[in-house]
Unconditional design. Structure first.
Lengths: 350, 278, 294
């Protein structure tokens, strides 16, 4: 395979995986307004669990204590990975989601993520500490028996299938009354309560569902890269995904996928081609993060809704006609989406 | 101890008695001896009143009388230190606000709180509680029952919008509405929940006379045609006089009188505390 | 007996950590009290101070104490500029605390990585003589560590005097308690907010340098890593309560050091995080508040 094709294949695969991850984050933040800074920990849990379940027994004498030798097939393993991530979210949410306002909850998530990260790194028997795990079986590799090149295309196809499924799932959720209730909670918690919505339960559901998708994406990520250690899931990685979501467009899944394409993939990869100065590759990394930071600030300042804004709700034409309304025609609403209004500015009518 | 046990028995008995009395006498809301302290301040200090079914009841009082706190206590946004609140025979004093709303007691807020980044129509569609589609699985798979309910809500919402003359704005972001339109939207939204009791927190504050007239008409129509009971906290006494059958007066955290406006004008305590000032 | 000695020894180390922590925590607490949003870039202000002192000490050949002074002044300046040109404009547009948090995150990313780009990620240290460890009863301190504690005490006393006995300090407390009331009383809240940022920056710079002196070697991420330990102290003491922050720092500092006597020292930070989570869950208003604020 010519290198350029291989390179594009890699980019496309990462794009699909990150797309899945950012959609999951969107369900937490875009739908429900939950600020979750431990998202990457859910990704890690999914990745670790899936890999450990799929690994065959270790060669005796190798001293790898983390290998369970269960040899699971891929599909049960990835579902288990998603479920374990959800379980973690359930624990964190049950303990803290109800009691804290959003920014304090964010701090708890950072702290929780850091604790998990520290444990993963130091408690070596668990997931092999800072060295991490490797030698992860490729999904369906035995069943298909493809050569390396063809397998690459297969895996891309697998990621795309999962991405499409996740996208359809997320879109259905958004348009459903459940999604509407989530957005109601996001917009104004007190109003939501006053309208009979159980804010805590709704938030928990969004948190757990988002974590499940993170776990799925994590499983794909780790099986693709075939090596995983704590340096791959520092809290900085969460911010990458965050920047992707904010830039691409919060609260809508096409924006999420666009952001996933732009930030982790194009951005990160394109900067790889920056001439490596006589300095280290760390310089390139640093510049990358500086640019992310600037991008974040610019986005919040000039385009807080992101590149693709959250779509405006309109009743589907067919449904509208079926109701058989002979009500007067509405004035076409092409107005702009309201920007955040400070509390003092909310005055009453003249 | 025996005496404590019998006291406990008696108060439970009293509560049940109250409940049956309420239902037979058609008292929808029965507030007794509410107390709520903040720091050292007794914001509500023994507040008791009743709201009759099908009435438009006003709640007035000088600033700092504890009206807003009472409203928050009744709707569950703040927990009372002591006292009881019986709504349609049920004790709601320790219920969370969303449960109280589900029982049919909804409210508006002093500063309008619309769901800004959602359209006017969506604001209404989000309003009904216990929608079938709000559960995760039913929402995801949208069986015919869910779709039928959605259509029903849509029809009701569109009709409400037409009644409130907001129909043309149905696809507009709620955050882009003018102040007067927001007031109407808030009212329409709570009406969409088909409440038994609607608590309006200063709905006429800063509202021009024309809009005030419209709002009053809506409230009267809703009360007569749909049987919604209203409890309105308001400062504008002429509106209260025009609109409300019964008026409750609060001052310094407690209720000092209850009756028609005419009766209250005769009441010296009320005049001293409140009416004399305006 | 062995255990007791070990405990006392680690309690001593805890006091040093607490000293460093107290300076930082007071700074953050003051700033949070006045601005009402969480500042994720605070740790990087510490890092900035550390590297200012580093330049003075290792690149310009000055003593570390000159570096310390430079760190205090320049970090104060940076904090003031950050607020003036970035944070205040965002806050003025009515952004919610969540959005402001993300803004500070962006600032943190930029600040941290600019330092990384300039200085590289390798471990650096100061050229300073720690002196031989002295036995003070059951405790073991080097003269350098004693000066750290001394500096902390001086800083705390200075802050106390400022807040209690100067007009500026009283105005700061007023704005922290109730911005609207302060404004109505004729206090120029804009000016006070900027003044608080200057003070915060100064404390951050000081705290950074003593942190670096204590851990001996540092990288550009050292401030950010310390941030959550600072959060733990601030939350424990109650946001906006500088005296609470001092107490919180003492508790967190001693608790983390003493726990390290029993479990592996790599988990020291994790202990702080656990304290942070527990504090947020059980008593987010801090251990000294009489009523809830969070």
């Amino acid at each position: 395979m010519p290198p350029i094709i291989f390179y594009l294949l890699t980019l496309a695969t990462f794009a699909a995986i990150y797309g899945t991850l950012v959609i999951g984050l969107n369900i937490q933040w875009g739908y429900a307004g939950i600020l979750d800074f431990m998202y990457i920990a859910f990704v890690a849990v999914g990745g670790y669990v899936t890999s450990l379940l799929m690994m065959p027994p270790a060669t005796p004498g190798m001293g790898e204590t983390y290998i369970l030798g269960l040899n699971w097939p891929f599909i049960p393993a990835i579902i288990a990975g998603g479920l374990c991530a959800s379980l973690l979210a359930l624990l964190v949410g049950l303990v803290s989601l109800n009691r804290l306002r959003s920014d304090y909850f964010a701090i708890v998530t950072v702290a929780a993520g850091l604790i998990l990260w520290t444990i993963a790194g130091n408690d070596t028997p668990l997931v092999n500490g800072w060295d991490g795990i490797s030698g992860i079986p490729q999904p369906f590799a035995n069943a298909l028996n493809l050569d390396i090149n063809s397998y690459g295309f297969f895996f891309l196809g697998l990621c795309l299938v999962i991405l499409i499924l996740v996208y359809i799932f997320a879109e259905r959720l958004y348009r459903s009354p459940f999604g509407r209730a989530l957005r109601c909670v996001r917009e104004d918690e007190m109003v939501a309560q006053g309208l009979g919505k159980n804010v805590f339960v709704l938030r928990m559901k969004a948190f757990v569902i988002g974590a499940f998708i993170a776990g799925i994406g994590g499983a794909l990520l780790v099986t693709y890269v075939d090596a995983f250690n704590p340096s791959a899931w520092t809290s900085g990685e969460t911010f990458f995904l965050w920047a992707a979501l904010l830039l691409g467009g919060s609260a809508n899944n096409r924006g999420a996928m666009l952001g996933a394409l732009l930030v982790p993939v194009l951005f990160a990869e394109a900067t790889r081609f920056l001439p490596t100065f006589n300095s280290s590759p760390q310089l390139v990394d640093a510049i990358r993060y500086i640019a992310i930071g600037i991008l974040l600030l610019l986005t919040i300042r000039f385009r807080p809704q992101g590149i693709i804004a959250e779509p405006r709700f309109r009743v589907p034409r067919r449904l509208f006609h079926r109701i058989g309304t002979n009500l007067p025609v509405a004035v076409a609403a092409n107005s702009t989406r309201p920007t955040i209004v400070a509390e003092e500015e909310k005055t009453d009518g003249k | 101890m025996a005496s404590e046990a019998s006291m406990h028995f008696t108060s439970a008995q009293t509560a049940r008695q109250q409940a049956t009395d309420n239902q037979s006498r058609s008292i929808l809301l029965d507030v007794r001896d509410l107390v709520r302290t903040f720091g050292g301040l007794r914001a509500v200090d023994g507040c008791s009143f009743t709201v009759a079914r099908g009435s438009i009841t006003g709640l007035i009082g000088p600033n700092g009388a504890g009206k807003s706190t009472a409203a928050n206590l009744i709707t569950g946004f703040i927990r009372a230190d002591s006292g009881s609140i019986l709504f349609d025979g049920r004790d709601i004093v320790s219920m969370p606000p969303h449960r109280i709303a589900q029982l049919g007691l909804t409210r508006t807020f002093q500063i309008t709180r619309e769901l800004e980044h959602m359209t006017v129509l969506e604001n209404l569609l989000a309003a009904p509680h216990n929608q079938l589609g709000e559960s995760f699985w039913l929402g995801l798979f949208a069986p015919p029952a869910v779709r039928r309910q959605e259509e029903e809500y849509l029809q009701r919402a569109l009709q409400l919008l037409r009644d409130f003359d907001l129909y043309a704005l149905r696809d507009e972001y709620a955050g882009n509405l003018s102040g007067g339109q927001r007031r109407l939207l808030e009212l329409a939204r709570v009406v969409m929940t088909q409440p038994k009791l609607l608590l309006l927190d200063e709905p006429f504050a800063g509202v021009n006379p024309v809009l005030a007239g419209r709002l009053s008409d809506y409230i009267e129509t809703l009360c007569q045609e749909q049987g919604i009971t209203f409890l309105i906290i308001e400062h504008n006494l002429s509106i209260v006089e025009r609109l409300c059958n019964t008026v409750i007066v609060m001052a310094l955290g407690r209720t000092i009188a209850e009756g028609t406006m005419a009766e209250l004008r005769e009441n010296q305590a009320v005049v001293d505390a409140y009416l004399g000032e305006s | 007996m062995q255990t007791l000695n070990l405990l006392l020894l680690s309690a001593g180390f805890g006091v040093i950590t607490a000293s460093i922590l107290a300076i930082a925590a007071v700074g953050l607490s003051l700033q949070f009290g006045v601005t009402n949003y969480i500042n994720f870039a605070y740790g990087d202000l510490l890092t900035f101070g550390i590297y200012v002192a580093f330049v003075c000490n290792q690149r310009l050949g000055l003593t570390i104490w000159v570096g310390l002074l430079a760190a205090i002044i320049l970090t104060a300046l940076l904090a003031w500029l950050l607020n003036l040109f970035i944070l205040q404009p965002f806050a003025d547009r009515g952004n919610s605390p969540i959005i402001m948090l993300v803004v500070t995150l962006g600032v943190s990313l930029i600040l941290q990585n600019v330092i990384l780009a300039v200085f590289g990620s390798q471990f650096q240290n100061y050229a300073v003589n720690t002196g031989r460890p002295l036995h003070l009863g059951p405790f073991l301190f080097t003269p350098l560590q004693l000066s750290i504690i001394g500096l902390a005490i001086v800083a705390m006393v200075g802050v106390h005097v400022l807040l209690r006995y100067t007009r500026l300090g009283r105005a700061m407390r007023a704005v922290s308690d109730s911005p609207e009331l302060a404004r109505v009383s004729g206090i120029n809240t804009r000016f006070i907010i900027n003044a608080v940022w200057v003070l915060t920056g100064a404390l951050a710079g000081l705290s950074g340098v003593v942190l670096a002196l204590n851990v001996a070697s540092f990288t550009p991420t050292v401030g950010y890593g310390f941030l959550f330990v600072i959060f733990a102290a601030v939350i424990l003491g109650g946001i906006g309560r500088p005296y609470g922050a001092m107490a919180g720092a003492l508790i967190v500092g001693i608790a983390t050091e003493m726990s390290a006597a029993f479990i592996s020292s790599e988990y020291k930070d994790a202990i702080a995080f656990v304290i942070l989570i527990i504090a947020l869950l059980i008593r987010p208003q801090g251990i000294f508040a009489s009523r809830g604020r969070a």
